[in-house]
Design a protein around this ligand. Sequence first.
Ligand code: C2O
Ligand code: CU
Length: 481
Amino acid sequence: MPNAAATSLSRRALLRAGGVALAASSVGGSGLAAPAGGLVEVELVARQRLQRILPEPAGPSPVVTYADRFPGPIIRLRQGQRLRATLVNELAEHTSVHWHGIRLSNAEDGVPFLTQPPTRPGERHVYEFTPPDAGSFFFHPHCNTVELLGRGLAGALVVEEADGPRFDADLVCMVKDWSLDKAGRFAAFTSDRGASRAGTFGTVATVNGLIDPVIDVPANGDVRARLYNVDNTRVIDLRVEGAGAGGGAWIIAVDGNPLPPRPLDGWPMGPAMRLDVVFRAPGEAGKTLRLTNVYAAEPRPLAVFRATGPALPNKRFAPRALPAARIPEPDLKTAKTIPMAFSSTAVAQVYETALLTALPYADALCLAEKTFWAINQKSWPEGGHERLPPPIATLDRGRSYVFELANLTPHLHPVHIHGYTFKVLSSDQRTVVPHHADTVLLEPKERLRVAIKADNPGDWMFHCHIIEHQETGMMGYIRVA
Ligand code: C2O
Ligand code: CU
């Protein structure tokens, strides 16, 4: 598909459509451009495919994707356009598609057993919704996620502002590690040791499924890069090194939500978190900038942005704010506070396989065999095996709530809510830059206050996005009724 696209689209159109630069065939990521009409239709065929991640002599890896290759597809909508996405399940297990970060109606949220019946092998499921907010979102399964996301089952959903600043290029950069052996086969996605601590780390760092790719950007152009952490486990802190003109790279949105531009200089991203950044490409063709992860003691190079083509005309580089999202404003004066404690379980509880298969609301595929983690002392799923566990909290529709997220562990937890966007208020450990996010990174022992206005009815998952933590207990749901 990228090759076909490359022959039929102009360079700029390709940049807009695929979001992955000139050499689409080498950088990957098929793009689906938004037509002018009101409805965009896509088909997501979940299936195992072969994709080369490691260089020869390793073989291609048996990835699982929604399109020809990871990351794919990149769905682009204009704000106000409606998406109709048909999941075609060609896997040997049931699945569903969760639309991460989108404030949609509960029935489209894609959580098997909670918001929809699982889509069985050979079945299809149609999702249809109009994303209310512009921004960089993504989608992934919500069951057996350690393995499926580990194998690459994720795509990007980009909702372009109806109006706002224009950029000379608009790229999607999906950062993900893969757990591969030397031959290119998948190694273990999880272990008790990893799951009960910081998680199991992959072995091969990539951007858009490529090791240290060269991503072409228009010389002297203003580049919007949508940086995604779609890893199961790793926390990253990105820099665009060498972006000199105009003073480096600037953050213009967090999880798709605009904020006043600020330098990209220390904004750690846990799994599922996104940053939109803008930087000026070098003026001279061939010159490069480096995308680096500086979170670890040893900075890791991830990709190179290379200036190509005749330099665009000189203009002043000044990152402009995107139009603000219209997220319902919580009323902090009347808000009710709900404590949410993120802890380990004192004793890991082992579920009997016989019991698991008897569960009407979940099955062995959606549950790990052990629990290591809990929210408010409850591990997902909690006792009472004949029904859905009760919600962690029941919220009155229309009322405002402050969640006091308390991390009682020595590990990081990216805490995610479905169907809502948090207004991030304050922390007992650091100065919080006011912003909105659907996933917030809780530091060890931190207490972080976030707020929502509970205007969206339904049962909404609330969980850690380190997938092994999520699947070993650090998950629950809130009910808004
Ligand atoms: Cu990306 Cu339930 O989350
Ligand atoms: Cu966690």
